[in-house]
Design a protein around this ligand. Structure first.
Ligand SMILES: Cc1cc2nc3c(=O)[nH]c(=O)nc-3n(C[C@H](O)[C@H](O)[C@H](O)COP(=O)(O)OP(=O)(O)OC[C@H]3O[C@@H](n4cnc5c(N)ncnc54)[C@H](O)[C@@H]3O)c2cc1C
Length: 240
C-alpha cells in the first residue's frame, strides 16, 4: 500500500519562490547547526514527503549563492521546518553559523521529488554523510517497517552524535571515517553490501555522498550487483 508520496512532483511549482524567516537556531554538534524557519506559506502549497529539499539563496560577496537543503520535521499546519547544516567553509555554512531570529532567506522549490519504492523493499541500504543525515532520517521514519543498513561516512569525532533516527531493532549503522576522498567508504560498501543484499530486485539502495563517491557507489550497485535502476536512487550532495 503506497503512502501517496509518489507523484508529489511539483508541476505547478516550477521556480516558485518563498520567503523563509528564522525563528531560532541551536548547535547539534560542533560541526552541525540546526536552524528553525517559518515557511512563508510554502508547505501548505507543496505538501511534504521524504527527502524533500529546497534551493535556498544565501548572501555572497557579489551575488547570492543557491544551495540545496533538506527539510527537517516539516509541519504544513504550523508552516514550520528546520534545516540541519553540516558546517564547513562556504556561503551557506557561514550564514548558518550566524543566523539570528527574524532574518529571512528566499527558497526556490524546484527539482525535489520522491517516488516510494514499490513494492516496498525487503531491506533499505542508505549510504551518506553528515549532509545527508536529514534525508536518511526521513526515509527511516517514512518506511518504519522496512529494515535498513546505514553506512555513514564520518569526518569528525562529533559526527557520532549526529541525530540519526534509528531504531536499533530494525536499523543497523556502520560508521566509516572519511579517508582518501571517500575511497574507504567505497571499499567498505563494496566489501559488505554483496553479502547483505539478498534479491537485488527486492532491495532499495539510496546514495547521497560527495559527487565522486556517489557516482562510484551507484555504478557498483547498478552494474556489478545488478540492482535495477528503479531500485537505486543516487544523487551527489556536495562537491569536494
Ligand atoms: C538534494 C540535496 C539536499 C541537501 N541537504 C543538505 C542538508 O540537509 N544539510 C547539509 O548540510 N547539506 C545538504 N546538502 C549539501 C549542501 O547543499 C552542500 O554541502 C553545499 O555545497 C553547502 O554549501 P556551502 O555554501 O556551505 O559550501 P560551498 O560553497 O558549496 O563549498 C565550500 C567548500 O566546502 C566544501 N564542502 C561543501 N559541502 C561540504 C560537505 N557537505 N562536507 C564537507 N565539505 C563540504 C566544498 O568542497 C568547498 O571546498 C544537500 C545537497 C543536495 C543536493
Amino acid at each position: 500500500m503506497g503512502h501517496g508520496w509518489e507523484g508529489v512532483v511539483l508541476k505547478l511549482m516550477r521556480g516558485r519562490d518563498f520567503s523563509l524567516t528564522v525563528t531560532g537556531a541551536e548547535d547539534v554538534t560542533e560541526h552541525c547547526r540546526r536552524v528553525h524557519f517559518t515557511d512563508g506559506g510554502m508547505l501548505a502549497v507543496t505538501g511534504v514527503y521524504p527527502t524533500m529539499w529546497v534551493r535556498v539563496w544565501f548572501p555572497g560577496a557579489n551575488r547570492p549563492h543557491q544551495r540545496a537543503y533538506t527539510l527537517v520535521d516539516p509541519d504544513p499546519v504550523a508552516g514550520t521546518f528546520a534545516v540541519e547544516f553540516a558546517l564547513h567553509e562556504g556561503p551557506a555554512s557561514r550564514w548558518a553559523r550566524a543566523a539570528e531570529p527574524g532574518e529571512t532567506v528566499q527558497a526556490t522549490v524546484q527539482g525535489s521529488a520522491f517516488a516510494e519504492p514499490d513494492p516496498l523493499p525487503e531491506r533499505m541500504f542508505l549510504i551518506g554523510d553528515s549532509a545527508s543525515v536529514p534525508a536518511i532520517n526521513t526515509l527511516l521514519s517514512a518506511l518504519p517497517e522496512v529494515p535498513a543498513t546505514v553506512w555513514l561516512e564520518t569526518r569528525y569525532g562529533s559526527d557520532g552524535n549526529l541525530p540519526l533516527r534509528v531504531r536499533p531493532a530494525r536499523h543497523e549503522v556502520r560508521r566509516v571515517p572519511r579517508e582518501d576522498a571517500g575511497a574507504r567508504l567505497v571499499a567498505a560498501v563494496r566489501a559488505d553490501l554483496p553479502g547483505l543484499l539478498g534479491d537485488p530486485a527486492a532491495a532499495y539502495v539510496w546514495i547521497a555522498c560527495d559527487t565522486a563517491t556517489t557516482r562510484a557507489l551507484a555504478r557498483f550497485t547498478r552494474k556489478e550487483l545488478a540492482v535495477p535502476g528503479s531500485r537505486v536512487h543516487a544523487l551527489g550532495y556536495w562537491r569536494p
